[in-house]
Design a protein around this ligand. Structure first.
Ligand code: R5P
Length: 292
């Protein structure tokens, strides 16, 4: 029987694309607030004996966590065989250590909570830095797939003359996985972050790549300061304004005001719904769930 893709609010577009993949059907869930602000959650699909994928990207995890917990519990009560979470973006992965005295290590706490809510989870390019794998902090089967092949396909189609540029050492893995199958070179910058919105990058000498189209790639754009600083540094070397491709388009607050003026094309995957979305992850996720 087909898997049932059920969206939480705000995830309808992605769930609809997933439901169009082979082996899926779409399900319905409504969430509204009572006058006192508490949530009312109601399933509108028959789930008995079904494998269910709750689609809920977790960029605003505080907002989504309780409805997700209510929905997952209701699904089990109503007879679903399994409740898998499809979270194309998995939040709370960046505070993975106590950098300053007294800080909460929210990655671990959030993982512990989520592990009690769903049976398994599937995400895309989680921000693994000091934590080496999801299994280190999640006690349920937690899988990650990479958007790199989808981005590489975009590069081959839209920027075959690219020089792929990662803005910091952490982005080296994406830069390499994207550049190599596209048959284009890549370089990685050095980044120093001195505050949430204070970023400095050093670019290697780009003279050998003159004539190529600079394409910045990164996993997350949040404040946008990393992309903005990197784009400035690239332009200073006479390479022009770069294209930017990000997996997770958070673009919080005034981020776009800083990024748009200094880049050429700005595109993202649809892990978070955003006007820059140009690469769909639904086929990748669909295959990951149905191929085992
Ligand atoms: C850093 O470790 C990540 O790979 C991104 O570069 C970072 O999260 C981007 O953040 P922001 O847009 O706030 O500079």
């Amino acid at each position: 029987m087909a898997r049932l893709a059920i969206p939480l609010p705000g995830n309808g577009a992605f769930a609809a694309k997933l439901a169009r993949q082979p082996g899926f059907e779409s399900g319905v869930l409504t969430v509204r607030r009572f006058p006192d602000g508490e949530r009312h959650v109601r399933l509108g699909s028959e789930v008995t004996g079904r494998h269910v994928d709750i689609v809920c990207t977790l960029n605003e995890a505080d907002e989504h966590f309780l409805p997700l917990a209510f929905a997952a519990d209701a699904l089990r009560d109503l007879g679903a065989i399994s409740v898998n979470l499809v979270a194309p973006y998995l939040g709370y992965m960046r505070q993975d250590a106590r950098f300053r005295v007294g800080e909460a290590v929210t990655s671990r706490t959030f993982a512990r909570l989520l592990s009690q809510v769903v049976d398994s989870l599937l995400t895309v390019d989680p921000h693994l830095h000091r934590i080496s794998s999801l299994a280190e902090i999640y006690s349920i089967p937690a899988r990650a797939v990479s958007a790199a092949p989808e981005i590489a396909a975009w590069i081959r189609r839209e920027a075959p003359d690219a020089l792929v540029i990662g803005p910091d050492a952490e982005s080296e893995q994406w830069a390499r996985q994207i550049a190599e199958p596209s048959g284009v070179p890549y370089v990685v910058m050095q980044k120093v972050r001195s505050g949430d919105r204070d970023v400095h990058v050093d670019v290697p000498d780009l003279t050998p790549y003159r004539g190529r189209r600079p394409v910045l790639v990164d996993d997350i754009a949040s404040s946008g300061r990393t992309l903005a600083a990197a784009a400035h540094a690239i332009a200073k070397q006479g390479m022009g304004r770069p294209d930017c491709v990000v997996v997770h388009a958070i673009f919080a607050g005034d981020a776009l005001d800083h990024v748009r003026p200094v880049v050429s094309r700005l595109i993202s995957t649809d892990s978070i719904e955003h006007p820059t979305n140009a690469i769909s992850l639904a086929p990748l996720i669909g295959r990951a769930l149905t191929d085992g």
